[in-house]
Design a protein around this ligand. Structure first.
Ligand SMILES: Nc1ncnc2c1ncn2[C@@H]1O[C@H](COP(=O)(O)OP(=O)(O)OP(=O)(O)O)[C@@H](O)[C@H]1O
Length: 246
């Protein structure tokens, strides 16, 4: 049985520019991201992966179509409501870690709560700090941490508000293979242990294999999907897509 979608889009279309520079980045995409699941989005370069994630996360407005986070339709929201939604109900992890250099790891992790005037839930904060394995680094600043540690701080920051959905855009893109595996384990743990919903854009079949389900985009359309993926099966589908695309 599938869970309720934590986020979904209907007939989502995104067009950039006009005239000669017009690009249809997404063409009438219907998609559901199930609650408590880990979904990976793959596809050739330029296929619309980041655009899809940004539209569903409320970072970018669709040209047409509908996007829902839970029951809320994003188009019905004012700018202030969208800002609050991005702060309180959505967590983000990007390829560049985007930590504030003057704050310690702990201050970076709790920043979204400070901005919202909320206190950390001690039990959740403890569990997250243990899961990211940074208990002895909490008072270090980003420059004193490795890339992998910085990305785990970013991941803890995305989890600390107990968001409905964590969106990760190429989160392992700047990491070595060991740090990538640690980060992917952490995203997997956030789903299995904390019940989070994770949506991750990636180029790497080995990273997509951590997900429960992989969606494949080509030319702005959803063209395929795989459940219980393995790196080999993901790679096979990608080869097929890239053959079709040339
Ligand atoms: N701000 C923008 N203005 C104009 N065109 C854009 C803009 N953002 C994206 N595009 C175009 O939209 C299409 C989809 O881009 P998108 O970044 O979503 O693809 P992607 O699958 O994430 O690519 P990659 O794997 O290379 O990061 C591409 O043709 C891109 O050039």
């Amino acid at each position: 049985m599938q869970n309720q979608p934590a986020a979904r889009a209907r007939a989502l279309t995104k067009v950039y520019g006009d005239g000669d520079s017009r690009v249809v980045a997404l063409s009438s995409v219907d998609v559901e991201f199930y609650s408590g699941r880990f979904t990976a989005i793959m596809g050739p370069s330029g296929s619309g992966k980041s655009t899809l994630m940004h539209c569903v996360a409320g970072l970018d407005a669709p040209t047409s179509g509908e996007v829902f986070l839970g029951d809320a339709e994003l188009a019905d929201m004012t700018d202030n409501q969208l800002t609050a939604l991005r702060r309180d109900r959505v967590g983000f992890v990007f390829q560049a870690f985007n930590l504030l250099p003057t704050l310690t790891a702990w201050e970076n992790i709790t920043l979204p709560l400070d901005l919202a005037g909320r206190e950390p839930d001690r039990e959740l904060a403890d569990a997250i700090v243990d899961a990211v394995g940074l208990r002895d680094r909490l008072h270090h600043r980003p420059a004193q941490l490795s890339g992998g540690q910085q990305q785990r701080v970013a991941c803890a920051r995305a989890l600390i508000t107990n968001p409905d959905v964590v969106f990760a855009d190429e989160p392992t893109g700047a990491l070595d293979s060991r740090s990538s595996a640690d980060l992917l384990d952490l995203l997997r743990t956030s789903v299995d242990r904390f019940g989070r919903t994770v949506v991750m854009v990636t180029h790497e079949p080995a990273a997509a294999a951590y997900a429960d389900r992989v969606l494949f985009l080509a030319d702005g359309r959803l063209v395929d999907e795989l459940t219980a993926p393995t790196a080999d099966r993901v790679l096979d589908r990608m080869k097929h897509l890239e053959r079709v695309a040339v």
